[in-house]
Ligand binder design. Structure first.
Ligand SMILES: [Zn+2]
Ligand SMILES: [Zn+2]
Length: 264
């Protein structure tokens, strides 16, 4: 299984998961051409995408979907709430592809031996979810736009071999940054995003439960930097004597181009 971020952040999100049974694209948050270029760079022909999974209907996750799904028909998976939220974005029908409505907590078969499961998140878009992809005894999770960390979220991710996890903002940069007060409250609230500190706590929990590979993702451009996200998480882990590259591997998803990702 391979977990490869194509681009990440409020300027657009997409992640590629390659398994032996299926090529899965999670979110399509830049224009079709940018998605195609990123897929090619990652070594996957867009015609070979078997399934597109959408986490929620915010622009940074669906802006390229309308064109992409018509040009490269494949099964489209989302919750009922997300399909409703996306409806007005489809300029033309995409009849050739089945729309599959998923229910959080219910494992759904994507192809022989490959399953997906969604977890409902309190992020401020109807039907918002994050996804786990499993094949045989392997699993990876793509979890951004989380809003808040709960025990349920942690147990959903627990045991995955590789995790792409939101590390959206540095608390200090958000509080003293340029955003209007209302937006700061939205970002830090349960319907918003999780901070580097929240992310660090989740990563610690996951390492304690056997996960070794992490990709920090969906970093805010205004309220975070890759170095800040990385050091916040790694310093926190170091305080528990956890060493990078021996106890865990970590990378930060790049904003506009593919990141190497993990093959396991
Ligand atoms: Zn969102
Ligand atoms: Zn987002």
């Amino acid at each position: 299984m391979e977990l490869i971020p194509l681009f990440s952040g409020s300027s657009g999100n997409a992640t590629l998961v390659r398994t032996s049974g299926a090529n899965i694209l999670i979110d399509a948050g830049k224009n079709c051409k940018a998605i195609v270029n990123a897929l090619n760079e990652a070594g996957t022909d867009p015609c070979d995408i078997d399934a597109v999974l959408i986490t929620h209907s915010h622009t940074d996750h669906v802006s390229g979907l309308d064109v992409f799904i018509r040009k490269y028909p494949s099964a489209l998976y989302a919750t009922e709430g997300t399909f409703r939220g996306m409806a007005r974005r489809f300029t033309k029908p995409h009849d050739s592809t089945p729309d599959i409505r998923i229910t959080p907590g219910v494992r759904t078969k994507v192809s022989d031996g490959v399953f997906i499961e969604a977890f409902a998140t309190p992020h401020d878009a109807a039907g918002s979810v994050c996804y786990k992809i499993t094949e045989a005894d392997q699993a990876c999770v793509v979890a951004t736009d989380l809003g808040v960390v709960t025990d349920e979220l942690k147990s959903f991710i627990k045991g995955a071999d590789a995790v792409l996890l939101e590390s959206n903002y540095d608390r200090h940069m958000l509080v003293y940054g340029p955003y209007p007060e209302e937006l700061k409250i939205r970002i830090a609230g349960d319907g918003g995003h999780i901070s580097n500190d929240d992310c660090a706590e989740v990563v610690k929990y996951l390492i304690d439960n056997g996960t070794r590979r992490f990709i920090l993702a969906h970093l805010s451009e205004q309220n975070n930097t890759p170095a800040k996200a990385e050091s916040t998480v790694c310093d926190y882990l170091a305080s528990f004597k956890l060493k990078r590259d021996s106890d865990y591997e970590m990378m930060v998803a790049r904003r506009h181009e593919p990141t190497a990702g993990f093959c396991f």
